[in-house]
Design a protein around this ligand. Sequence first.
Ligand SMILES: [Zn+2]
Length: 321
Amino acid sequence: MKKYIGCDLGGTNLRAAIVDVEDGSVLHQMSIPTLAREGHDAVMKRMADLFLQIIQSAGMKRENIGGIGIGVPGVLDLEKGETLFLPNLPGTWPHVPLQETITKRTGLPTALLNDVRSITNGEWRFGAGRGVDTIAVFAIGTGIGGGLVINGQLHLGIGGTGGELGHTTINYNGPICGCGNKGCLEAYASGPAIAAMGMKAVAQGLTTRIAELCKYDFNCITPKLIARAALAGDEIAKDIYERAGFYIGIAAANVCVAIGPRRIIIGGGVAQAGELLLDPIRRALRAHVTCMPVEQVEVVQSQLGDNAGVVGVACWVAKEL
Ligand SMILES: [Zn+2]
């Protein structure tokens, strides 16, 4: 049985893994700095070299590898195998023929997929989404990514653009989001939005453990620090997670009405707050969905952590090629 390479093209690190797509295990992995400021040609060369190197260092041959899947942080043209807009990489990579370039340089068939759709596929096949046919994933970190599996199929939509759940509008008069729209979920509940709520509380002089924990250094206020304060009983910190969870719950309520998911999976760094975040999401869902059996929708934390993307995109490429 051939193995597949899954790659996570991050703004900081390039990560590659050799994946057994039968059981979702990572057999071997390597990570190098992306050095994204050197431009897309240099990065693509480093990627191809990394793939050839990981095959060698795993003691395998190119013939043992069925193909390469690359999880890409941004908008793609799946049909042409090009990147269209990668907001976190210098130059944003418009019309870069990533698929063709990697295939030429490695001699291996290659496919691209959005990074959070890769995570969605990984969680569905081998993580928190196992065993059900319809799920929604919210990946909450610096931004909010998303993905959907509907009736046993990873949902792609036009050119693979379907499932950007962080950019569903939860307040049409809200603040401007990084995408240009007003009032997206991402502007309310991403890691930076949660940190900003903590900073505001400290700046307002409210009595909160957040101030002690960060020693009045605003740069130290992170979702993780706010979660620590909340777990120590701080009401203001708890309220911040309450609000973030409520906003995610509103977006999730719309998703429930649209696709009737069995499970909603919350991933990304911010999800490490666990029940602090999941509980208000569940309550907002129950309060705002009436036309489908929302009590049957489970809201759970992701399970695969950093491996979800590389496993998911490797499984994707194994199925597509
Ligand atoms: Zn947006």
